[in-house]
Design a protein around this ligand. Sequence first.
Ligand code: PMT
Length: 403
Amino acid sequence: MKKPCVVLGVTGSIAAYRAADIARRLVKAGCEVHCILTKSAQELITERTMETMSGQPCITDMFAPPKQWEVEHIELAQRADVFLVAPATANFVGKMAAGIADDMLTTTVLATKAPVLVALAMNTNMYENPVTQRNIAYLRSIGVRFLEPIEGTLATGAVGKGHIPETDDIVKAALQAIAEKNAPRDLEGLRVVVTAGPTREPIDPVRYLTNRSSGKMGYAIARAAERRGADVTLISGPTTLEAPAGVHIQNILTTQELLDILLPAASQADIVIQAAAPADYRAETVAAQKIKKQDGEALSLRLVENPDVARAVGEQKREGQVLVGFAAETEDALANAQRKLKKKNLDFIVANDVTRPGAGFDVDTNIAAFVDEAGVKELPLMPKDELADRILDKALALLKAKG
Ligand code: PMT
């Protein structure tokens, strides 16, 4: 079987020495690794080191006689399953954002269609500079993935954000990108609607009621569905997350807005997955002006019930459609999920006990159980990205079973 190919670009950050270990770890994980060193990187790490660690000839010069292929930058760009740049300097990010191709690395990255993963390492001020931030934001918007620098002691001795991410995280992200690229596109031709995040129910012009949902679970599902070829609409409450590339995003604030947007979208969908945490209650009246503090007096707020969005979607369920809900519980998770399954006319529920460490709100992992008419299937702790795929696997199997 062909080994997955990683092109590893190394730029002139003092963290270039870490590229040797990254290459070694990727080779150990079964990858074929081809390294490209910029001129500055060669001041910090040698070609010989990278060749020894990767077991492949290393490319350092655009115009040197080709070592393996006739047109090396094009061949490498095409062979790559993932294009990893680690460490990546502000200079490299700037050139990439501007489309400059003046050396082997920038030329090859411009010619690749593989997923590009950039592990940043630079001085804190350079990282925070609006020019760098603009370049990163632009590249993100066109699908380049970034591993953010971490806090640490920088080359100057100062402590700040700018340190290259942990080797483990870089290797994991590269392997994940390869797995995603090679994953089947088994949702091609299907319309998937996903809800994510909290809602905000206003109290007055400066205050609102909300909850702890970060949107991570729903965004992971939307990302996975898009990668598997679905036409994805993500209806999102307010979060700080980047909209996944290739997904239609609709932003909402309140539970009523979620209902208004989701009902028509769901009527067109093959699969609807509701990971959002809509507020069950809202203020009966929203004050037109900021509510003033009444010294010594308690303040009562009268709440009225919001619509049950999932129930409304369940009431208009089409034949052959698959509806998936979540249940965020703090006690009797499975019994409560079973009740919600029927009430909302769902095909299955993803129940999570949000009090368990590593589960629920604002973490990258979850511990869930699938609850359907046939019973309960408990799943172990896993990344939300992996749970997203498990949910989609089950939804797809049900959709096929319904014909
Ligand atoms: O966003 P993260 O930080 O990643 O956290 C993930 C999560 C904990 C929010 C997610 O895993 C989760 O459990 N989402 C459902 C939260 C919730 O509202 O649970 P619930 O048990 O109150 O609601 C049951 C189902 O009805 C859910 O599918 C919910 O979207 C839906 N609902 C709830 C209330 C309401 N008024 N209308 C609804 O449609």
